[in-house]
Design a protein around this ligand. Structure first.
Ligand SMILES: N[C@@H](CCC(=O)N[C@@H](CS)C(=O)NCC(=O)O)C(=O)O
Length: 222
């Protein structure tokens, strides 16, 4: 029997979403196993040397860890390239995938900030990163690099998903006036692979997670 690939997941993890989006973009059937990160099973600890999701169990039973190598593995082994051909453009795309990770760290600083001053500083740092990003987005759209979906899109869709939830509660102004970013964000939100990357309970689950942070943002959500 041919095994399908398995994505070892957590319901809220943006890095897991990257892999789920790429699997869907490439129409690869896959199973998901959800891990309680507060209570990691032994098999997971053994398979994941950094103790993190995502993990991808390949059809041959190999465990791959870290979202960037996982999505590159999928891109190299399955038809429909999501990385550009040229080495310079490819390096630039890899850099913007890392940029998305740094923005995710910034979102973490925002929702963990205990005091207003740290919260405001995290907001400003995020705003500066998005202002830089705005200038990097291809004018033609609808994706980061123009007409075709890339791994950079898979990395940023989960970033924007945070703002879709936060916008209901707080006027962060982090993305205000960034026209290309706004268009790109709206387009990604409607992409079937992006919509399918999380469960229907994502919004409520994220809100509950943010409320439990006991942070400045938690108070704004309550
Ligand atoms: N650099 C990693 C980051 C993955 C990551 O931070 N995963 C988080 C969940 S979103 C995790 O598993 N954390 C382990 C823990 O909370 O114990 C990647 O790109 O895959």
């Amino acid at each position: 029997m041919i095994e399908v690939q398995t994505l070892i997941s957590h319901t809220l993890c943006p890095y897991v979403q990257r892999a789920a989006i790429v699997l869907s973009e490439k129409s690869i059937p896959f199973d998901r196993i959800y891990i309680d990160l507060a209570n990691k099973p032994d098999w997971f600890q053994k398979a994941s040397p950094l103790g993190k999701v995502p993990l991808l169990k390949t059809e041959e039973g190999h465990y791959l860890f870290e979202s960037a190598p996982i999505v590159e593995y999928l891109d190299e082994t399955q038809p429909g390239k999501l990385h550009p051909e040229g080495p310079v453009e490819r390096a630039r795309h890899r850099a913007y995938v890392e940029f998305a990770s740094q923005i995710l760290n910034g979102i973490g600083s925002l929702y963990n900030a205990k005091h207003e001053q740290d919260f405001e500083a995290a907001k400003e740092a995020l705003r500066a990163k998005f202002c830089h990003l705005e200038d990097q987005i291809d004018l033609r759209g609808p994706f980061f690099a123009g007409g075709s979906f890339s791994l950079v899109d898979a990395a940023f869709a989960p970033v924007f998903r945070y703002f879709d939830v936060l916008d209901d509660f707080v006027d962060l102004k982090v993305l205000d006036g960034l026209k290309k970013t706004g268009k790109w964000r709206r387009h990604l939100a409607e992409r079937p692979s992006v919509m399918a990357a999380v469960a229907g309970t994502y919004q409520e689950d994220l809100k509950a997670f943010l409320r439990r942070r006991d942070s400045w943002l938690s108070r704004l959500l309550n």
